[in-house]
Design a protein around this ligand. Structure first.
Ligand SMILES: C=CC1=C(C)c2cc3[nH]c(cc4nc(cc5[nH]c(cc1n2)c(C)c5CCC(=O)O)C(CCC(=O)O)=C4C)c(C)c3C=C
Ligand SMILES: [Fe+2]
Length: 387
């Protein structure tokens, strides 16, 4: 055996870079997500202070270090709340996003609002709860360790006290997307492989085409968003009791894929491209016309594609029915919110899956580009607030 005492490399994802971590980095298993509103009376200077403090804390936590500040003074509360002290970061990524409300004139940012950063329109089938929708700012923390992800959100909320209040939060307990070809495809709570045909980070051309905002997309005052991405979140409850009574053949027809292998119903294995023209001996299409994957596929949406980075959730029991309040917390990154509205307009009207799901929350955030390597004075959104 090997006698050297070198520990394995800690699970650290680089915090700085052209893009924020947590978008094109391999999807971790656990999520803690929080949306915040800015407290009335806060100024632009308060926002600068918030984002400066948040950046320093997020960078430290991603490196497996405590929140900067005094953690040893017997006469003051420790800077870090402590529950992650002995834990490996588990590939922690902390990603920030800015909601439409930040540009409403309170902070003199109206001239810097990206034209597409507006509350998403009401889409077919929406049953949204406004109290768990929207927000001025968002933090997505992902880690292999749920306590590390929670710790990140908790400490940023604590550092923001006085400037922001937490509007809503969502925990996710299992990734339902693979974002890298190196990852196995996970299963969602309906038991199906999810992420098979997701965009993968190994395809930079597709990432540039569909995920990263190009300078030409954000002219004038919105130029700070170049290199960033739009984040759409949707809390989608699954009516699991109904789903679990559905026969296997119907479950497979709902998605257009087999349950065990995840293969398209037109044949082959998981990664065989679907053949949407193939018909059965009965004359019916092998992949039904209302199958989720047919309606969502780029081939049937003028090439529209998004990077999905969703998580399974459960929030206990619906007290009115005794049914599980569980489902999929959908997160997707894209170059333009119209990519989501295009797909969801199709899905919301025609998807066979609609019988088994309800969209209960919605939010849109503009995620700025990454914090520049080697520039100690850079922070999340500096080009927005100081440019
Ligand atoms: C508007 C975008 C989408 C929503 C909302 C959505 C919800 C949703 N999806 C599943 C399960 C699966 N989705 C799959 C594929 C798939 N879904 C979307 C978009 C939305 N899904 C896209 C763009 C795709 C890829 C289509 C393609 O290129 O073929 C699949 C199949 C496997 C895969 O490729 O990932 C499953 C399974 C659930 C359960 C859900 C809401 C609860
Ligand atoms: Fe889907």
């Amino acid at each position: 055996g090997c006698s050297t005492a070198t520990p394995p490399p800690p699970q650290v994802v680089a915090f700085r870079g052209a893009h924020q971590a947590g978008v094109d980095t391999a999807a971790q298993d656990r999520l803690a997500f929080a949306a915040f509103d800015v407290v009335p009376g806060s100024s632009r200077a308060d926002l600068v202070a918030l984002l400066t403090t948040w950046t320093a804390a997020a960078e430290a936590m991603a490196a497996g270090q405590p929140v900067p500040g005094n953690n040893d003074d017997q006469n003051s509360p420790p800077a870090d709340t402590g529950e992650a002290f002995d834990l490996a970061p588990g590939n922690l990524t902390v990603t920030v996003g800015f909601g439409p409300g930040l540009f409403d004139g309170r902070f003199g940012l109206a001239g810097r609002k990206p034209a597409e950063l507006a509350v998403l329109p009401t889409l077919p089938g929406d049953t949204l709860d406004p109290t768990i929708s929207g927000g001025d700012l968002a933090i997505q923390a992902c880690s292999e360790d749920p306590q590390v992800a929670f710790h990140a959100v908790r400490n940023l909320a604590r550092l923001g006290r006085g400037t922001v209040v937490t509007r809503w939060t969502q925990l996710g307990f299992g990734r339902t997307s693979s974002t890298s070809t190196a990852q196995a495809t996970p299963r969602n709570l309906m038991g199906f492989k999810d992420g098979t045909r997701n965009l993968k980070v190994e395809d930079p051309a597709a990432m540039n085409r569909s995920v990263w905002i190009a300078p030409g997309d954000v002219p004038g005052g919105a130029s700070w968003l170049a290199g960033g991405s739009f984040l759409v979140s949707r809390r989608i409850r699954m009516i699991l009791e109904t789903w679990d009574r559905d026969v296997l053949s119907d479950q497979e027809n709902v998605f257009g894929r087999s349950k065990s292998a995840g293969a398209p119903l037109s044949g082959g294995d998981e990664f065989t491209p679907p053949d949407f023209t193939k018909t059965l001996a009965t004359g019916l299409p092998a992949i039904p016309l209302d199958a989720h994957m047919r309606l969502a596929a780029p081939e049937n949406n003028n090439g529209t594609a998004i990077l999905r980075r969703s998580y399974s959730f459960t929030d206990g029991v619906d007290p009115t029915t005794g049914m599980l309040d569980a489902g999929l917390f959908f997160i997707a990154f894209m170059r333009s919110p119209t990519q989501f509205t295009t797909l969801q307009t199709q899905l919301g009207s025609h998807d066979a899956l609609n019988e088994y799901i309800r969209h209960t929350s919605s939010a849109l955030f503009a995620c700025p580009p990454g914090v520049a390597p080697g520039n100690a004075g850079d922070y999340w959104g500096r080009a927005l607030l100081e440019g």
